[in-house]
Every structure is written in C-alpha cells, then in structure tokens.
Write a protein that binds this ligand. Structure first.
Ligand code: NIG
Ligand code: FE
Length: 390
C-alpha cells in the first residue's frame, strides 16, 4: 500500500504529551506519514521530503487535529420531535416521557428507513470531523425492534450499545419489573450478537438504581461492557453505580455531588459531558472546573437524538463546552478526541502518534481555538479515517 505524506501542517495536535509536555502534544510546522491506515511517522515539516512519497497532501499551513470520537449517540430512530422542541422553547419542561413518541415511530419504520436516517446523520457527523461514533439502540423496546436497531447500528460502527433500558414502554406501564426481566433475558440475548456495550437510563421517569444495577449486571454476565446515562434530570445513584461496576463512562452527570466527584477520581470511569442536551432542553449549564480540578478524565459527546439533542456536530459541542461549561479550548478539544476514546476504552484512536489509526481532520484555520471562537461555522476542510479521505 502507498504511503501518504501530509506536509505543511502549521499546527499539529497529537494528544501525545511527550511532544510538548501538555495534554494536546502540539507540534508547530509539522508533517505526518500514513502507512496502511496507521500513522507511521510524526515530526517536523523540514524533515519530510515530498519526493519520497507517491501521495502527498499539503495542509497549507493549517491546523490538523485528531478525528472527533463521539462516544454517545442515539441515531437509530424514525421521525422527529420538532413540535416537542417548539413547546419546550415556549416553557414546557423536558421529560423522559417524550422518548415514547419516537419509540412508536421507530417500531413502525422499515429497516431501510432506519438505516437511511442513521446513514444521513452519520454522514453529517463525518463531514463535521467525527471519525468514530458510538450508536445506541433504545427506541425499539421490543425484542425484535432492539435487535434490528442494533443490527443496523453494527453496519455503521463497531461501537454499538444496547439500551433496551431507555424507558419502560407503554405496554409495560403497569409492570416495570416485568420489562426489566425482559431486558435482562430474551431482549439481552437478541442484542448480544450486535452489541459491545450495555447502557441504562438511570434517572427520574426511567429506571431506578436497583433496576439499573440488575440490568447492567445481566449484560456484564453475558460479556457486554457497561456505560450509563446518569444524573441527567436529578441527583441520584447513577454515578455511584457506574463506578461500582467499572463502567467505561457515566454520561450527562448534570447533577453531580462532591462525593460523586471523589468516587470518580479514584476510578477508571470517564465523566462524559453532553452540552447539546442542556442546550436543547434549556437546562442549566454547569461549570466543569471542579471536575478538572479533581483530575477526572472528561469526554465531550453529542448525545445526538431526536429529543434532547438533535445535533451531530462536535464543533458546536466544543463551542458550547467552552462558552457555557468553562472548558478551555484545549480541554474541550482533548475531551472531544482523546477523552471520547477513553470513554470507549479505545487506545488506537483519539491521538496522532506512531501506531494510531490515521483518523484526523485538516482545519481551514491556523488554530483549533477557532472551533470555539467561530461557532456555527464549518471549519473542517478534510476528514481522514483509517488513512482514507472521507
Ligand atoms: O441521552 N436521556 C436519555 N436519553 C436521551 C434522550 C432521548 C430522547 O429524548 O429521545 C438523552 O438525552
Ligand atoms: Fe443519551
């Protein structure tokens, strides 16, 4: 296979702290080489000779960053909830109950409709710099509909998550524990061939701490790895359960206590912030600096879904994180790349050093700061995944 040189990179973000002693591992006037889909060399532009390569790309002095690793999305669904959004902007509150209207539409959709909708959103995500996207089920909530949601998801990503425990569907309204048994039994078995992760929405209007523990443990016993929707709508035991079960990540964590922070700081569980959900549900933004002070590993993700956060654009998420959640531009970029990779327990993506997957974007600008400084503007010039331009 041909080797490709990317030269004339004004500023390269490697996320390899050995480069400059900072988490972003910055190199000015850099170049990199791609061999067989992987990064095989990173260094100074002056050491790279174009004539040695059949393929050579000029970054025009612009900034190159690792591809975004978006570790949280729900893109297997049908329809939309724009009317619900409009009502919310007029003052109505977001609740977990809205999920049920997407469930009805998803059950009625064909596989082809679900696939083409998900494909459309994945294309949006790719074109705005995302090179890895985690995708959850959770709008089927029957054995058949969860299994087909995951089968479709697995045709689009290797990071698939079984979220049969998204909400209790209408037909189990009077028997939530019966639904939990179904999720832990037949539904889990049907999900297994297509899922890597298991997730539970542990919150008000969704699943209790005891139910959440039971479901996650059932998934773990069958070989799935846990992650959680925790403390989005109210304070609770979600983060505690995540740490107890060594979840890769606890997500949302909009209501986090000092005790939760100290539990997380002694764990391998990443804290994932989803600013798009606060934006779209008009919930209170919060200051993440105490989490950084506690040296937590923090990821940023889109939470792309038709209810609480209908965006696939990680550039927008970074802008929100910096303006409203007090991330520095450096922390936001790290969390959207390396942080996301850690939230998926991946050590082959989210950074640009020898051996890493050649997943990166060439920006239109000289600096990554523009990702927050120029909100709503598409700043991605080229996206590369596994050494190929996409
Ligand atoms: O992560 N919180 C639970 N699930 C989604 C919302 C899903 C929906 O409203 O359709 C979330 O925000
Ligand atoms: Fe979510």
């Amino acid at each position: 296979m041909t080797r490709t040189l990317v030269s004339n990179i004004g500023l390269l973000v490697t996320n390899d702290p050995t480069q400059d002693g900072t988490p972003l591992g910055l190199i000015k006037d850099a170049a990199l080489v791609i061999d067989n889909g992987l990064i095989s060399w990173v260094g100074s532009n002056s050491q790279a000779t174009k004539s040695d390569f059949e393929n050579s790309i000029d970054a025009n002095g612009n900034c190159v960053i690792p591809g975004f690793v978006d570790s949280h999305s729900h893109i297997i669904f049908a329809g939309d909830r724009s009317e619900e959004f409009r009502a919310r902007m007029k003052g109505e509150q977001y609740s977990a109950g809205g999920i049920k209207s997407t469930v009805a539409l998803t059950r009625a959709a064909t596989n082809q409709e679900l696939l083409s909708n998900a494909h459309r959103i994945l294309a949006e995500a790719n074109s705005t710099g995302t090179t890895t996207l985690e995708i959850k089920s959770g709008y089927g909530l029957t054995v058949k509909d969860e299994a087909r949601s995951l089968e479709i998801a697995s045709s689009l990503t290797e990071e698939t998550t079984f979220l049969g425990a998204h909400v209790v569907p209408i037909e189990f309204q009077n028997d939530p524990d019966g639904y939990v048994d179904l999720v832990c039994g037949e539904m889990l078995d049907a999900a297994l061939p297509h899922a890597k992760w298991i997730d539970v929405f542990c919150d008000k209007g969704a699943f209790t701490p005891d139910q959440s523990r039971k479901i996650l443990k059932a998934g773990i016993a069958k070989g799935l790895k846990p992650r959680l929707h925790a403390n989005q709508l109210e304070a609770g035991a979600g983060i505690e359960i995540g740490v107890e079960l060594d979840a890769a990540s606890v997500d949302h964590i909009s209501h986090i206590s000092d005790n939760d922070i100290s539990l997380l700081s002694g764990s391998n569980t990443v804290a994932t912030i989803l600013p798009g959900a606060e934006f779209s549900t008009r919930s209170k933004y919060f200051d993440v600096r105490p989490l950084f002070d506690a040296k937590l590993n923090i990821a940023l993700a889109s939470d792309c879904n038709p209810g609480s956060s209908y965006t696939s654009n990680m550039q927008f998420i970074i802008a929100l994180a910096v303006r409203e959640f007090f991330f520095s531009p450096e922390q936001a970029l790290w969390s959207a790349t390396k942080g996301g990779a850690m939230a998926l327990r991946r050590n082959d993506i989210g950074f640009l050093a020898v051996g890493a997957s050649a997943d990166f974007s060439i920006l239109e600008t000289l600096s990554y700061i523009h990702l927050a400084y120029r909100p709503g503007v598409q700043l991605i010039e080229e996206v590369w995944r596994r050494g190929n331009r996409i």
